[in-house]
Write a protein that binds this ligand. Structure first.
Ligand code: NI
Length: 168
């Protein structure tokens, strides 16, 4: 498996809308494995394909805690089919926005439908951190990063900080 390079803001690939995966072949399976490995290595709890420069609708997620058994999800063409009207705030971060956090409001519960790596349709009802992570990762597939929910002033400040950090 390969650890992939994670793009950081303001890389333009992070602003692009990703296209649907039409065929689940060995290349797609390898990319999902590499994404998962890259996420664990970072470490992070979610990673979307555009964050490693792949403009495909694929995400990997594992919100299990340290010491718990790993619970990896590889989601292909995921779609949120139901969202609770009740929302919650959570201090979010992102591997593409290293060391920066902001409180973001999202639906408390979601139902996501996706294809797994064996081509099987799956439906998952999620709440808590898993629900937040699904919404955050799926945003990436439409070119949206969590800082896009902030005011322009705050967003620019965060991007400046990330650029400064990358120069070091
Ligand atoms: Ni992210």
């Amino acid at each position: 498996m390969t650890i992939l390079n994670i793009l950081t803001v303001p890389n333009l690939d992070l602003k692009k809308k990703c296209s649907k995966v039409e065929k689940i072949d060995d290349e797609v399976k390898k990319q999902l494995d590499d994404m998962l490995e890259t996420m664990y290595d970072a470490p992070g709890i979610g990673l979307a394909a555009p964050q490693v420069g792949l403009l495909k609708r694929m995400v990997v997620i594992d919100v299990s805690k340290d010491g718990e058994e790993k619970r990896p999800y590889k989601m292909i063409n995921p779609v949120i089919i139901e969202k609770s009207t009740e929302t919650d705030f959570y201090d979010e971060g992102c591997l593409s926005v290293p060391d920066q956090y902001a409180s973001i409001e999202r639906a408390k519960e979601v139902t996501v439908q996706y294809t797994d790596e064996n081509g099987k349709q799956q439906t998952e009802h999620a709440k808590g951190l898993f629900a937040i992570c699904i919404q955050h990762e799926l945003d990436h597939l439409d070119g949206k990063v969590f800082i896009d929910y902030l005011s322009q002033v705050k967003r620019d400040m965060i991007i400046r900080r990330v650029k400064k950090m990358q120069r070091k």
